[in-house]
Ligand binder design. Sequence first.
Ligand code: BGC
Length: 764
Amino acid sequence: MEKEKIQNLISQMTLEEKAGMCSGADFWHLKGIERLGIPSVMVTDGPHGLRKQAQGADHLGINESEKAICFPAGCATASSFDRDLIRRQGELLGQECQAMDVSTILGPAMNIKRSPLCGRNFEYYSEDPFVSTEMAAALIEGIQSKNVGTSAKHFVANNQEKRRMTNSSDMDERTLREIYLASFEGAVKKAKPWTVMSSYNRVNGEFVGDSKEYLTEILREEWGFDGYVVSDWGAVNDRVSSLAAGLDLEMPPGDFENDRLIVKAVREGKLDESVVDQACERVLDVIFRYTENRDTEAVFDYEKDHEAAAEIEAECMVLLKNENEILPLTSDQKIAFIGKYAKTPRYQGGGSSHINSWKVESALEAAKEIPELANVTFAEGYQDEKDEVIEELQNEAVKAAAKADVTVLFLGLPDNFESEGYDRKHMNLPDCQNELVQKVLEVQKHVVVVLHNGSAVVMPWKDQVEGILEAYLGGEAVGKAVAEVLAGRKNPSGRLAETFPLRLEDTPCYLTYGKGFDNAVYQEGVFVGYRYYTSRKMETAFPFGYGLSYTTFAYSDLQLDKKEMSDKEHVEVSVKVKNIGKRAGKTVVQLYVAAPEAEVVRPVRELRGFEKVSLEAGEEKTVTFTLDERAFSYWNTQIHDWYAEEGSYQVMIGENADQMCLSGEILVHPTKEIPKVYSLNTCLGELMRDPKAQAVMAPFMQEMAQNDAATDMAEANANDQSGVVNQEMMAAMMEGMPLRQLLSFVPGIKREMLEQMVNALNQL
Ligand code: BGC
């Protein structure tokens, strides 16, 4: 609806009605106003399926919602590194929303996986903001292409479940910009979500919902967000100040106490009525974006969407190990499927994203339809309600494994090991499952492990098993997808969107994560995930970006279309990728950039581009990336902006974050100026490296050189053959020597002379 019409509607509302539009009608509906023709619309969780609950239902997933398709969760879809695939999942979700009359789906969930321990990592995409924001953008584009809204959540820095409603995520400006805000920035700018959900937590002491800086200055003024901001459910701290800060809609409304507080604040002159009008306008605009584009013909095709969920999941799984080409399995093999999850997979996480799935397809069931898996037997092996060995189940499983040619062990995290609402205590699988692997290995050499988990786990048996397939929480059709990959009907092409460390103790925030009462201190700064492991050259179990295929790819001919650029230009990078194996497959071409050595601390390399490419056997394609200033930049806290420092950057193609295979170089020149303030405490090293400063200093230096005592001393130093202080040592010492020290060490130099020089430098 046009702006004028919306404003006209608002002009006909009473103050009470306007304040009322700033909160919902109930848990899942926005208010309507019948006399003005404003409909009440529904919003629903999200993000990987619809959780449409009946009136008055809880939001914790305890009560059942209407049946829907449970698609793979964010942990899985991110591993596809495939924007088109995620867009497709979005289109299906959007279509389902139209069929179920849901105006907005509460997702994508796009917080950074700061630690593998976050209970909600299964919903989130990545430890890398670029992957996270690109995946989220694709989902938003897909859903919104069906004229249904999304809610980019949880904005911002909601990276733990522990005390998530009060915790303050405390970090420096650069970390916030480069990692945590960046995870939202790309998606907001590119895909324009209709709504953004402000998170429960505080950042540096202030509730995000109360923050004008985040909700208005950054989100709207910098990034161009034009929808409404909704509170996470129950996240409002102070309704009146949050409204002024830019939090337009409060959900759920409680007993409407806050609506009354808004009216009171306006009447008492504490809140400008135009702030209420503006929030109403934003809410109404999004309501009408949906209602004016209703697709009343839309059908929810359960069967078709279930099949799509299987296809999507098959593109997400990550093959982590395939020694002796144990996979794919063949029809002449006796195969033992062992583990409860072969029959009843764990395929989704707990909490608000919990879907009442239409049907669940297990690998065991799916195998019946797949000729390569004709000879499959099954043993349950363990239970997952409690972490305890059940001798009978274990013995039966070991027997089945011994009789088979190959054993596929289905393992994973039970529901109570990871969920919304609390964090994990460790990264281990249940002991009973790890013990089962050891027992099976005693009787069977050919073991493949299939994992169902929402976040990285420690694998003590990693070097002993021959195959590992990470299926993640793959949605209700995960079983079919797993069976097809095991049988080689689908070629795995996922790559890890998070590092699998060797041990919890290796993780960058191990010392602080989950510690502190109401303050989480992000001491690791920008060194999150692979930025940390690669910079420290640490061994990991599986690095970020890692994943195998049943075929092999080779990269060649990396080309950059220029040798140097200013930060206002861009560079085109192309690389050839060839499928040199015998079967069709997909790979993820990953582009990393390494900044030149400089004063500012930077990760050794950062992912700046990726493309998923499909190649027939023997086929070669050229993949092109366009890199602009941002690919070379860090967030500079002096200019509060992105800044690409002068220097030569390496542009690399990597198999994963650890393994670079091709490298090129580009010289980047900044046009942005970093203001400098010189003083007597400015060091000589800094001045000597700065050509502009040198030009200013030259005449002063000459004057000083005319000073006999200074010249004598310089000559003495230059001629010093004693080896006590050679020229190199002298230069190293001068590097950190403040100007004022010349007064102490160089005879004849006068303070006024230096002060004049500093003044001249400050005129630059
Ligand atoms: C969750 C959100 C969810 C909302 C509504 C909150 O507890 O953090 O992700 O969308 O509830 O269920």
